[in-house]
Design a protein around this ligand. Structure first.
Ligand SMILES: Nc1nc(=O)c2c([nH]1)NC[C@@H]1CN(c3ccc(C(=O)N[C@@H](CCC(=O)O)C(=O)O)cc3)CN21
Ligand SMILES: CC(C)C(=O)C(=O)O
Ligand SMILES: [Mg+2]
Length: 263
């Protein structure tokens, strides 16, 4: 398999081919996922919850992210590795550049930030300096205290319009990829169609260009109650490699996410 870049994903979007992506945090799983055919890996700040046992992602630090990104990078050379910028590590453009430097030097190919139009200057500045950016809208977990819990976003008309405008602002700032988390499927479809860049969904229905799953949810080992939009693929896959392949095929065939995973 050759190197995956954002232009690979753009071609999938244009061809209407749905692609599966997944989180990973270490070299062993990143190699397993790459060998099974995963082309995009997110080193998510979800590691604060699934690795560290916190109840949200806020405690995660830049150095912890860099450590896990470097491990994931050692497991696979050709995968597009996206690194999450953790809570409060991108409050100004200057701080954003410092954080991005650490994540890119650790081996990321792209960084991901949670937020809308307020990030315009930071995203523009990153891309001008050679750092590819992935946006993240909807249920942005770093705002869990503002939202009052991990709750579906964009259900009211006004919120939905703001999300569409934010998505367009991120694209015009230079973001090359966008994650939509926990929003109604019809809104995710509308945003995906309104943008040129590929859109990856989690709890956002079947009509985004790609899907992402937290690896622990795919294996059914999530501490606590697994989110409604997630699925344990280990049962049908038989072993870990088979689970990843079952997930990739289910996304490609449009059978995951199903109505039971959708808001
Ligand atoms: N294991 C895991 N999977 C994830 O998808 C995930 C993480 N951890 N950690 C970081 C964020 C947090 N996320 C979450 C966590 C919980 C819900 C959740 O419980 N949602 C409710 C929906 C509530 C509503 O209807 O408003 C659910 O029932 O799924 C959603 C997203 C997504 N991310
Ligand atoms: C759930 C995904 C999109 C994420 O941001 C993470 O794993 O941290
Ligand atoms: Mg994250």
């Amino acid at each position: 398999m050759s190197k995956t870049t954002v232009s690979t994903l753009l071609k999938y979007k244009q061809a209407g081919e749905k692609f599966a992506t997944i989180t990973a945090y270490d070299a062993s799983f990143s190699k397993l996922f790459a060998d099974a055919g995963i082309e995009v890996i997110l080193v998510g700040d979800s590691l604060g919850m699934v690795l560290q046992g916190h109840s949200d992602t806020l405690p995660v630090t830049v150095d912890e992210m860099a450590y896990h990104i470097s491990s994931v990078r050692r497991g696979t050379a050709d995968t597009l590795v996206i690194g999450d910028m953790p809570f409060m590590s991108y409050t100004t453009p200057e701080q954003t550049y410092q954080t991005a430097t650490k994540l890119m030097q650790a081996g990321a190919n792209m960084v991901k930030l949670e937020g809308g139009e307020w990030l315009y200057d930071s995203i523009r500045g990153l891309t001008e300096r050679g750092v590819p950016v992935c946006g993240h809208l909807g249920l942005t977990p770093q705002s869990v205290h503002l939202f009052g819990g991990f709750k579906v976003q964009g259900r009211q008309q006004e919120q939905a319009e703001k999300l569409l405008n934010d998505a367009k602002a991120l694209e015009s700032a230079g973001a090359q990829l966008l994650v939509l988390e926990c929003i109604p499927a019809d809104l995710a479809k509308q945003i995906t169609e309104a943008l040129t860049i590929p859109v990856i969904g989690i709890g956002a229905g079947k009509d985004t260009d790609g899907q992402i799953l937290v690896m622990h949810d795919m294996f059914g080992i999530t501490p606590g109650k697994p989110p409604k939009f997630s699925k344990n693929f280990l049962t049908e896959g038989g072993d870990m490699r088979g689970a990843v392949e079952a997930y990739i095929n289910a996304v490609a065939e449009g059978v995951f996410p199903g109505p039971e995973h959708t808001f």
